[in-house]
Design a protein around this ligand. Structure first.
Ligand code: DGJ
Length: 753
C-alpha cells in the first residue's frame, strides 16, 4: 500500500514502512525505513532536527541555513552541493559542468510497475508503484525514481530513469539504481565473495567511517563479489537486504559518514561506464530489490519468496525440478555414444529424470582448445546423429538436456576462421584469453543471429528439454566496431538479455540452467531467464557447506544446482561417503555428476535410495525454508529445510573429535511448541570396511535406529541428545558411526494427534 498525504509518502508492506518527506528546499529526505508503522501521528519527530550549526558545512541556501546536505538522508544523491558522500548520479552537461541539484517536481502512484529494463521482476496482483520526479532545470536533468511495493514479501523494488531535458548531450558517468541513507551507523555488513570454486562465501564486517566498495569489472556479476548484501543493526538485529536484477559489472557501496549516517548504493559499476543521452533520450537503471526484516533469516526468507514468485518465470516456475545426471565429471571430453547410453540407462534405472550431455558433443570439440562456436553435431561422437541419440534418451524415460556456450569461440574454429572480427578484441592487440576462448561481440546483430539460428536448429531437431548455458570467460579488451569501449560492458549485457529473451520465448518449455565457470554469474538478472544456476564447479562436500550457505543467504534452493560427484573429489581429492555427499547436495536441485556405471553394488543401491528419498521430500528441499542452526560444538553443522509439517535436518560432523562423553544435541527452536513431533532417520548403509581392523561382531549394518516422539516445547527449548558417535567408546546398538565429513539426516514430522 502506498499513500501520500501532501507531505509524506508512506510505502507500507506487511512488516515494513518506508517513509519519504519533501523538505522545504524541495529535496527528498528519508524519514524511516524499518518496522511497519501503523499510526504516523507525530512522524515529524522521527527525523533529526535542523536546529544546529556545523562549522564550515555548506547549507542549501540563505533561507535554510541549517539544511546541511551532508546530513540529509537522500533518496538519490548528487555531487557538487555540499553532500560529500558518494553520489548516486554523476553527470557532465553543457559547459562541462557536473553539479546537480535534484528537487521534487511531481509524483504519481500506479498499479503494476515500470518494466523498461529488460531483466525485471514480474508484477503481482496487488503490485503498486510510486514514481517521484526530480529535476534540475539548469542542468536539464530529470530523474524518475520508481518504488514498487510487494506487500506480502516485504520487498521494495527501486530503480531510476534519467532523462535529458536539455538541448545539449548529457553524459552519465555513474547512475546507481538507488540511494538508501540511514540515520544510524551501528551496522554489520554481510557480503558474499570468493573466486572460482569458492563462490559466495559469507563475510561479515563491522563498519567504520569511510567507504567499502564491492564490485565487479569483468563484464559479469562475478564470483568475486555477488550483488547481494545485508546490513544488520548491531543494536537491534534488524536487517536490510539488497540485491540487483543485473548480470554485468555492478557496484555496492557502503559509506559511513562523519555524521553517524550510513549510505548504501547499488547499481551498474561506474567502472568503464559512460552513457551519452541526446536531448529527450532516457537511461533506465536495473532494478534493485530491497527488503527489511527483524532478523537476517527473515530477510533471506523474503528474498526467497520474492525470487520464486516474481523473478523466476515460465513453465518451470513453482515446478519441482528434475533430478539429473550430467556427463561432465563422468566423461569430461571423452565422449562416446555407447558409453553415454550406458550412463543414461543406469541413470534411468536409478530413478534419475534428466540426462544432460555436457561439453564436447559438437564439431571438433574434443578438448577445450577447439570447436567452440561451431554449433553442429560431431559425427565422430554421434555417428547416427544427435536426433537419434536424443530419441534413445527419451525412450529411456529421461528428459534430454544439452550444454551450450553461445557467447564464446575458440580461435581454432570454423566460426573464427570465417569471422575473425566477431571477437571482442581491440584491433592490433590480441585479447586476453581464458581457457583458450574468446568472447563474441553479441552486440552485433549478425553475431547473435548466427548463434540463435544455429543453436535453435539443434534444440528443435533434437527435442531438447533442458539447456545448460555456460560462459567460461570474462569480458576483457572492451571494444566494439559499434561504439565506444566505455559503456560496452553494459551494452553487452543488454545484448545478452535480448539473446536470452529470444531463446526463452522461442523455447518456452525448455528448462534453462545458467552456468559461468561454475557460479560466476549467479544473479537475479540471469534468473529472470533461467530458473536454475550451476552453483560452483566445486562439489567437494565440505567446501560446498560455505558455498551453499552463502548462496542460500539470498537465493532460494529451487535455483541452486547441487551435484553428487565422485570420491576422491575432483576438486579436493577428499574421500567421502556417497551418502554424505548426497546429504549436502540434497539441499538444492539434486544432480549426479560421476560415472554411475563405475559404482559398486552398495553405492548403486545407496543412490537408488537417495533418489527415492529426495523425490519424496523434493518440495521441502527445493521450496522449503533453509536454516543453518547454531551449534554448541563448532565441529558440528546443522542444516534444516522445512515446509508444512515436515523438517529435514542434516547433521554434518566436520571432525570426529576425541571421546568427550558429550552427545550432539538436536534443537529446533523454530518448531511449534504446542505440537508433538516424530523423528526418524534417513536409513544409510554403513560400509563394514570403515571399521578397519576393529571389525568384529559389534559392527552393525544399516546404522543405528532412530524413532523418537517428543514435544515441540522440548525440541524448541532444550533439544534432544542424539546417541553418541563412535569415538573409541565401544559399540552399542545406538552408536552412531559418522566419522570425519560424515552426515546424518533426520526427518522431523508433526505427529498425528
Ligand atoms: C564449466 C562448467 O562449470 C562445468 O560444469 C562444465 O560444463 C564445463 N564448463 C564444460 O566445459
Amino acid at each position: 500500500m502506498i499513500s501520500f498525504d501532501g507531505s509524506i509518502f508512506h510505502l507500507a508492506s506487511a512488516n515494513s514502512s518506508y517513509i519519504i518527506r519533501i523538505l522545504e528546499t524541495g529535496h527528498l529526505d528519508n524519514v524511516h525505513y524499518g518496522a511497519r508503522l501503523t499510526d504516523l501521528t507525530g512522524y515529524e519527530n522521527i527525523s533529526e532536527s535542523f536546529d544546529l550549526n556545523i562549522g564550515t558545512l555548506p547549507y542549501a541556501d540563505e533561507e535554510h541555513p541549517h539544511h546541511f546536505p551532508a546530513r540529509i538522508l537522500y533518496e538519490y544523491s548528487t555531487a557538487g552541493r555540499g553532500d560529500d558522500r558518494a553520489p548516486s548520479l554523476e553527470v557532465c552537461y553543457a559547459g562541462g559542468l557536473n553539479t546537480l541539484d535534484l528537487v521534487f517536481s511531481g509524483w504519481r502512484i500506479f498499479s503494476g510497475k515500470d518494466d523498461s529494463f529488460p531483466a525485471h521482476a514480474l508484477s503481482g496482483a496487488s503490485t503498486e508503484t510510486l514514481e517521484i520526479t526530480l529535476c534540475d532545470a539548469l542542468a536539464g536533468v530529470e530523474v524518475r525514481l520508481f518504488y514498487t511495493v510487494y506487500e506480502e514479501e516485504d520487498i521494495i523494488l527501486r530503480s531510476a530513469k534519467i532523462i535529458n531535458r536539455g538541448i545539449s548531450p548529457l553524459r552519465l558517468d555513474s547512475a546507481a539504481s538507488y540511494c538508501l541513507d540511514f540515520p544510524f551507523d551501528d551496522f554489520i555488513l554481510y557480503s558474499y565473495d570468493g573466486a572460482w570454486a569458492r563462490e559466495r562465501c559469507e563475510h561479515r564486517r563491522i563498519l567504520y567511517p569511510g567507504i567499502v566498495e564491492l564490485d565487479s569489472k569483468l563484464g559479469c556479476s562475478g564470483s568475486e563479489h555477488n550483488p547481494l548484501v545485508y546490513l544488520e543493526r548491531a543494536a537491534t538485529g534488524e536487517v536490510y537486504g539488497s540485491n540487483l536484477i543485473y548480470s554485468g559489472c555492478h557496484r555496492e557501496l557502503v559509506e559511513v559518514s562523519p555524521f553517524g549516517k550510513v549510505r548504501l548504493l547499488s547499481g551498474i559499476s561506474p567502472y568503464c561506464f559512460e552513457w551519452t543521452l541526446e536531448s529527450g533520450q532516457a537511461f533506465c537503471t536495473p532494478e534493485a530489490v530491497l527488503t527489511y526484516s527483524d532478523c537476517k533469516e527473515g530477510a533471506a526468507r523474503n528474498f526467497h519468496a520474492f525470487i520464486n514468485r516474481y523473478i523466476v518465470r515460465g513453465v518451470w516456475k513453482d515446478r519441482e525440478r528434475p533430478v539429473l545426471v550430467n556427463s561432465w565429471e563422468a566423461c569430461f571430453f571423452d565422449l562416446d555414444r555407447d558409453r553415454l547410453l550406458g550412463l543414461a540407462e543406469k541413470a534411468s534405472g536409478l530413478g534419475i529424470e534428466l540426462f544432460v550431455l555436457d561439453d564436447g558433443w559438437f564439431s571438433s570439440r574434443r578438448n577445450d582448445s577447439s570447436g567452440l562456436g561451431d554449433w553442429w553435431v560431431s559425427e565422430e561422437v554421434f555417428p547416427d546423429g544427435l536426433e537419434d541419440f536424443s530419441r534413445r534418451i527419451h525412450a529411456l524415460n529421461l528428459l534430454f538436456g544439452l550444454w551450450i556456450e553461445p557467447e564464446m569461440a575458440n580461435r581454432d574454429s570454423e566460426l573464427y576462421r570465417t569471422h575473425p572480427d566477431w571477437l571482442v578484441e581491440i584491433p592490433g592487440r590480441a585479447a586476453a584469453v581464458c581457457r583458450h576462448q574468446y568472447v563474441l561481440d553479441i552486440t552485433r546483430s549478425e553475431v547473435s543471429d548466427y548463434l540463435f539460428d544455429r543453436i535453435s536448429d539443434v534444440l528443435s531437431r533434437c527435442e531438447v528439454d533442458y539447456v545448460k548455458w555456460d560462459m567460461n570467460s570474462v569480458l576483457t579488451d572492451y571494444h566494439s566496431v559499434q561504439g565506444s569501449a566505455l559503456g560496452y560492458p553494459h551494452r553487452y549485457i543488454l545484448a545478452l538479455y535480448r539473446l536470452l529473451g529470444r531463446f526463452t520465448e522461442h523455447f518456452p518449455g525448455i528448462l534453462f540452467e545458467s552456468c559461468a565457470s561454475g557460479g560466476n554469474r549467479y544473479d537475479l538478472g540471469m534468473l529472470c531467464y533461467m530458473p536454475q544456476t550451476w552453483t560452483s564447479d566445486n562439489t567437494d562436500l565440505y567446501h560446498r557447506l560455505a558455498i551453499q550457505e552463502g548462496t542460500l543467504a539470498g537465493y532460494p534452493p529451487s535455483t541452486m544446482g547441487a551435484h553428487v560427484s565422485a570420491s576422491p573429489g575432483h576438486q579436493s581429492l577428499r574421500v567421502s561417503r556417497i551418502d554424505s555427499r548426497f546429504d549436502v547436495a540434497a539441499f538444492g536441485v539434486l544432480g549426479y555428476e560421476l560415472d554411475l556405471c563405475a559404482l559398486d553394488e552398495d553405492d548403486t543401491d545407496a543412490v537408488r535410495k537417495q533418489i527415492a528419498f529426495y523425490k519424496e521430500y523434493r518440495r521441502v528441499f527445493q521450496f522449503g525454508t533453509f536454516r543453518r542452526l547454531r551449534s554448541a560444538d563448532d565441529g558440528v553443522i546443522w542444516w534444516t529445510a522445512s515446509l508444512g509439517d515436515t523438517t529435514i535436518v542434516m547433521e554434518y560432523v566436520v571432525l570426529n573429535k576425541a571421546h568427550t562423553g558429550r552427545c550432539d544435541r538436536l534443537r529446533l527452536p523454530f518448531l511449534d511448541r504446542e505440537r508433538t513431533y516424530h523423528i526418524t532417520k534417513r536409513p544409510v548403509h554403513i560400509d563394514p570396511a570403515c571399521y578397519g581392523s576393529l571389525r568384529n561382531d559389534f559392527h552393525k549394518e544399516g546404522g543405528e535406529d532412530c524413532d523418537i516422539t517428543v514435544s515441540g516445547s522440548i525440541l524448541c527449548t532444550c533439544g534432544i541428545s542424539l546417541s553418541p558417535q563412535f569415538t573409541g567408546n565401544g559399540f552399542f546398538p545406538s552408536t552412531r558411526v559418522i566419522g570425519d565429513n560424515g552426515t546424518r539426516m533426520y526427518i522431523v514430522k508433526e505427529a498425528e494427534s
